[in-house]
Ligand binder design. Structure first.
Ligand code: ZN
Ligand code: ZN
Length: 603
């Protein structure tokens, strides 16, 4: 029933309250406002004011505000769509976004079954209600709920709303359902730049960064003919740069940078931050630093510092990372990402005292990764007891990665007692990967305790141990080539394997001997050499050698840490063939030149 037209006095009261709305700060302000709405009768007679108040209340940061808003909503005899939307919006942004979906489900108006007689009227859902619910499904990563909302929005006849469909696409992408996201995109008759950006970002951050790049090229290639509302902007550039960073595709990254200059977004702060990250992950520290130094001091944000410190760290310039950390302006407060980056820098450069100092000075509570980095730093440097103490003093139990770090350190320093402790903990935590067994077996082997080596081998057989497959990428003329250990999938595999034979004979003249301790002692020596010889990074380097002109740098990306043997081989190739080789492994960059690596064999 529409409320009667408000009297002039009521209108004046409404106007006065309206002007107070932006100034509500504390919970008690909100409560007083609620009381005024009730006593003035405006709560029932002025739905727009009520909905705006509900909206503010539901989004207020006070913990008690949202429950208060829901209570108010339930007390309304005939809530309007805007009232419901205010509550949905608040719930979608709350720590429990799933409750947004519950509220929506309770208000659903089945088109086929009218509400039973006497039941309170239910507000109609509109595009906005669904868009808040879709934001909630994205935050819950609930692809099935997204699908259900998709069905509802088709039934409600709001599927022509570009913004709503973009939110739907974004929700599918964030739930990891990229095929559905693409289908929504393909079926949209009208799109705007936000639509393109949502799909691009979804692909870039998901499992298909190469598709993201293809989409970007389609957009960049035709952008002169695009409608104004579809013109790429800085969000487009940021998503494309994130795809390049994931792929380590430097040539594409340079192309996106050029494009950013062309459309005038190259100096945008978010674009600069993404450029630093992209150049660093594509192996070009100098370009990353160039972008950072080109930014005005007042433009640099926490993200700029984090990306640059991280770049210096992963490229092995721990001292420079520390210097930049110490030089951060006082108005920028370091966060957990900053600390992790600078501790990682100390770790990669073996700066034990600096690492301890940074860790002790942390102004945010350290998490598992911070502890892990310091344990790694201490463990590598031989301070095994201190590393173990640190694990024992942590306010939460150590995870698999941390015990693997401890096991690695114990192996490095031949400490059987700690190696066995770590292996026991790993077994308790249900870790079952071959690397753990290889490390423990190597500790025993280094002491020539062959019976124990045999015991590990038997355990490995009976436990059906998982092998994490190693793979490497290399980019040649803008095309990414993927190699898996020992694979013959590549169309030029015969040439690649011949090139590897040539490599082994040339580096043997420089004194190369395969470091077979990286392979478990359960196969013959010759087989071991064979297994090592075809590690994916070696295949990628060999392919790089035969498909690029002499003198050109070879860039490889590896999903796991590089093994000791591949590290030695890469050093020797850089000398024997006069090539610079850059390998990005899971932890850091290795830059090989003239027989040396930038990590100085410390990784
Ligand atoms: Zn290897
Ligand atoms: Zn190295």
């Amino acid at each position: 029933m529409p409320p009667p037209p408000p009297s002039t006095a009521a209108a004046a009261a409404a106007q006065q309250l309206e002007s107070l709305l932006p100034r509500l700060a504390t919970l008690s302000h909100h409560e007083q406002f609620h009381a005024r709405l009730l006593t003035s009768g405006l709560l029932g007679s002025h739905p727009p004011l009520r909905a705006r108040f509900l909206d503010r209340l539901a989004l207020s940061p006070h913990a008690a505000a949202l429950p208060h808003a829901l209570c108010l909503l339930r007390s309304l005899p005939s809530p309007a769509t805007n009232d419901l939307n205010a509550a949905l919006r608040g719930l979608a942004a709350s720590p429990q976004p799933a409750r947004c979906l519950l509220l929506l489900a309770g208000r659903l108006h089945p088109a086929t079954a009218p509400a039973p007689a006497g039941a309170p009227p239910r507000p109609r859902l509109d595009a906005l209600s669904l868009s808040f619910a879709l934001k909630a499904t994205a935050r819950c990563s609930d692809a099935f709920a997204t699908l259900q909302l998709h069905a509802i929005l088709v039934r409600l006849g709001v599927a022509a709303d570009v913004r709503l469909m973009t939110t739907l696409l974004d929700s599918y992408a964030k739930c990891g359902d990229l095929p559905s996201a693409r289908k929504v995109f393909d079926e949209m008759p009208v799109r705007d730049v936000a639509t393109w950006n949502a799909l691009l970002a979804g692909l870039a951050q998901g499992t298909e960064p190469d598709l993201a790049l293809a989409l970007f090229h389609r957009l960049a290639g035709s952008y002169r003919e695009l409608l104004p509302r579809e013109e790429p902007n800085e969000v487009t550039v940021v998503a494309a740069l994130s795809a390049c960073a994931q792929l380590g595709a430097l040539q594409d990254g340079l192309g996106v940078h050029d494009f950013a200059r062309k459309i005038g977004t190259a100096n945008n702060v978010r674009v600069c931050n993404s450029l630093i990250d992209m150049y660093s992950k594509c192996g070009s520290l100098s370009r990353a630093l160039e972008v950072f130094h080109s930014m005005k001091l007042e433009d640099r944000t926490l993200v700029s510092y984090n990306a640059t410190i991280q770049a210096l760290s992963t490229h092995g310039h721990g001292a420079d990372a520390l210097k930049l950390f110490d030089e951060m302006p006082s108005w920028i407060e370091p966060d957990e990402v900053t600390y992790l980056a600078v501790l990682g820098g100390c770790n990669h450069a073996g700066l034990v005292n600096d690492g301890r100092r940074v860790f002790d000075s942390m102004r945010v509570p350290p998490n598992m990764k911070h502890y892990g980095t310091v344990v790694d730093l201490l463990g590598r440097a031989g301070h095994l007891d201190e590393a173990h103490d640190m694990i024992m003093r942590m306010p939460f139990p150590a995870d698999i990665v941390l015990w693997q770090t401890m096991l690695g350190a114990a192996k490095m320093h031949g400490n059987v007692e700690l190696a066995e402790l770590a292996a026991t903990k790993l077994a308790e935590l249900g870790s079952n990967v071959d690397g753990d067994y290889v490390l423990l077996s190597n500790v025993y082997a280094s002491k020539a305790w062959w019976a124990d080596v045999g015991r590990v081998r038997d355990a490995m057989r009976s436990n059906d141990v998982r092998k994490v497959p190693g793979f490497s990428y290399t980019e040649i003329d803008g095309v990414m080539h993927k190699f898996i250990n020992g694979d013959k999938e590549h169309h030029r595999w015969r040439e690649i394997y011949r090139a590897l034979d040539d490599i082994v004979s040339r580096i043997s003249e420089l004194g190369y001997e395969p470091e077979t301790s990286n392979v478990l002692h359960d196969i013959g020596e010759e087989e071991k050499q064979h297994a090592l010889c075809y590690h994916s990074e070696k295949l990628a380097i060999a392919f790089g050698l035969i498909s690029t002109p002499p003198g050109e740098t070879i860039r490889v990306i590896k999903n796991l840490r590089i093994c000791g043997d591949c590290h030695v081989v890469a050093k020797l190739i850089s000398k024997a063939y006069g090539r610079a080789i850059i390998i990005r492994d899971r932890a850091r960059f290795h830059q090989f030149e003239d027989g040396q690596c930038s990590c100085r064999d410390y990784w």
